[in-house]
Structure formats: structure tokens, C-alpha cells
Design a protein around this ligand. Structure first.
Ligand code: GDP
Ligand code: ZN
Length: 295
């Protein structure tokens, strides 16, 4: 018996990387998993037994830290939220939506701003200001370019000893970044126009690719981004700067929407909380309430 981690699932087989020798063993799930409703996931830490490289069995799936539905991966340490500085334009509303999802999944977000080689001087200033805002909220922000290779080694350092998933719209440069870090990967990159209408990743299986002593998912996360599963009344938890102020609100259970004596709104008025972040909070809040009403 040995410990390992599932790094790939394909056609009923699980590919388990041994924790000690790092070799990969092809395994099947134990016969009684189905009856016990256990579905091993890529990323799962397991106990397995293998006679040889192609004939193993997973005996036990250990408790998960967290899991994503799309892509189906467990025990993710961090999500790189990939946004381009330009082409497409940096979109803070979408970034905040991603941040809410990733905070709700209990995964550490890292904001990764790509295509820095393409920005004009005025765009660069805007991006740096956003970077400062998000850093002040407590997020890590990395800026880089797959074209000029600036900031690439910094990303690489973040991969060590972690399981990382990339998330972001099509065309922001996720594949280009991974290729820049590891040219052997040779992931398919293409113009934004050819992305439209057909997800290039839709038919692929999920795999964790070893990067140094870390693992990176080759399939981007969050293909769908509605707020199902997130309660409006919990939304404040997923904005760190709002979470920090909540105790100071006059009413317990303040939603920070209309209540008097709201410390969050006061902080927005004083510029301590960025108005655009609060605006996103309040529009997401309304969106979730409306969504609930429709069901
Ligand atoms: P993905 O859909 O997020 O994987 O994005 P891709 O990696 O396929 O990149 C989409 C397009 O943006 C391609 O045409 C890339 O060549 C281009 N691109 C990606 N990264 C950069 C970059 O850092 N600089 C420039 N100038 N173009 C980039
Ligand atoms: Zn409040």
C-alpha cells in the first residue's frame, strides 16, 4: 500500500502519481466505490496498491480540502485568475465575479494580468492602479507577458509545491502562458476570432501536468459563471474589505445595501473601499436575489 495523487482520469482508469517516487501507476477504482457512491477525482489524495505500472487499485480516497465542478478537480491550492491587460480589455466586474466564485470554493486566488507588452502608456497606468487596489484588498497580483516573457519566472515560482488551476475567458492568453513556461506542452493557442462559438477545451479530459514539484491543470476553470450555490446574504464574505467592515455596521446581519449606520457604505464614501468594488457587490447581490425569485 502506498500514498499518491490522481493526476489524470481517462476511460475508467486513474493515473496515480506516487507521493514518494513520483512514478505514475495506472489504477482502477475499488469495486465497492460505486456502491459507496465514491467517485475519485483528479487531484484526490489516495491510498493505492499496484503490482506494476499498469495494474493498480485505488483502495481509499482521502478527505478533500475543496473541489471544483468544472473542471472536476479536488484539492486545489490556488486558482490563477487570468485577465488580459488589453485585447480583451481588463474587466473588473468579471474579475470580481471570478473572485467571488473562487473565494466561495475556498481556494486561494492569484490575479494574473497578461499581455502587458500590448498596453499603451495610459493603459499601463490604469492597470497599475487596479493592481494596487487589488493588492490593498489582500490579493496577489502578477503582471506578465507571454510575448516578451516578462514575469514568467515569477509565475513559475508560484507553481512549486502547489496544485494550480487556471481560470479566465477565452483569448486572454492562458495557453500562451503555460507554453511560455513549458514549451514542451505545445498547447493550442489561437486568435480570439477562432475561439468564438466553440470552446477549444470542451472535449478534452482533465489532467494535472507536473511543473517542478507542483501540478497545473491543463483545462481552464469556470466555464459557467452564474451565482447558483451562492447566497446573497453570504456575498459579503467573499469581498475581503467588506468582510473586514461588517462588524462595525449598526445592525447585525446588515446586507450593506440600504441599512442605516452601514460601515461599509461609510467606507465607500470615504474612499477606503473602492466604489467600483462596492458597485459590483451590490449588483451581484441584486442579481442573486432576482435569480432566486425566478425559481
Ligand atoms: P487562451 O484562450 O486564454 O488560452 O488564450 P491564448 O493563449 O490562445 O491566446 C489568445 C491570443 O492572444 C493568441 O493570438 C495569442 O498569440 C495572443 N497572446 C497571448 N498572450 C500574449 C501576450 O503576452 N502578448 C501578446 N502580444 N499576445 C498574446
Ligand atoms: Zn453594512
Amino acid at each position: 500500500m502506498a500514498d499518491g495523487r490522481i493526476i489524470k482520469a481517462l476511460s475508467g482508469f486513474y493515473y496515480v502519481q506516487d507521493e514518494v517516487n513520483k512514478e505514475i501507476y495506472q489504477c482502477r477504482g475499488r469495486g465497492n466505490f460505486r456502491k459507496r457512491k465514491i467517485t475519485p477525482l483528479v487531484g484526490d489524495n489516495v491510498v493505492y496498491e499496484a503490482e506494476n505500472k499498469t495494474d493498480g487499485y485505488i483502495l481509499e480516497v482521502k478527505k478533500r480540502e475543496n473541489e471544483l465542478v468544472r473542471p472536476p478537480i479536488a484539492n486545489i491550492d490556488q486558482a490563477f485568475l487570468v485577465f488580459s491587460a488589453t485585447q480583451p480589455t481588463f474587466n473588473t466586474q468579471l474579475l470580481d465575479k471570478f473572485l467571488v466564485h473562487i473565494e466561495a470554493s475556498d481556494i486561494k486566488p492569484v490575479i494574473c494580468i497578461t499581455k502587458m507588452d500590448l498596453v499603451s502608456e495610459s493603459e499601463e497606468e490604469i492597470i497599475h492602479n487596479y493592481s494596487k487596489d487589488y493588492s490593498e484588498v489582500g490579493y496577489e497580483v502578477l503582471m506578465n507577458s507571454a510575448q516578451s516573457l516578462s514575469g514568467i519566472s515569477e509565475i513559475e515560482e508560484h507553481f512549486y509545491d502547489n496544485v494550480t488551476v487556471f481560470a479566465g475567458q477565452s483569448g486572454v492568453g492562458k495557453s500562451s502562458l503555460l507554453n511560455a513556461i513549458n514549451p514542451d506542452l505545445d498547447l493550442d493557442t489561437s486568435d480570439i476570432s477562432t475561439h468564438l462559438g466553440r470552446g477549444k477545451h470542451t472535449t478534452r479530459h482533465v489532467e494535472l501536468i507536473p511543473f517542478g514539484s507542483g501540478l497545473v491543470a491543463d483545462t481552464p476553470g469556470f466555464s459557467s459563471l452564474d451565482f447558483r450555490g451562492i447566497e446573497a446574504d453570504d456575498l459579503w464574505l467573499y469581498f475581503p474589505e467588506i468582510r473586514e467592515k461588517t462588524n462595525e455596521c449598526k445592525f447585525r446581519g446588515c446586507t450593506h445595501m440600504k441599512e442605516p449606520g452601514c460601515a461599509v457604505k461609510a467606507a465607500v464614501d470615504e474612499g477606503e473601499i473602492k466604489a467600483y468594488r462596492y458597485d459590483h457587490y451590490s449588483s451581484f447581490f441584486t442579481e442573486i436575489k432576482d435569480q432566486k425569485r425566478r425559481y
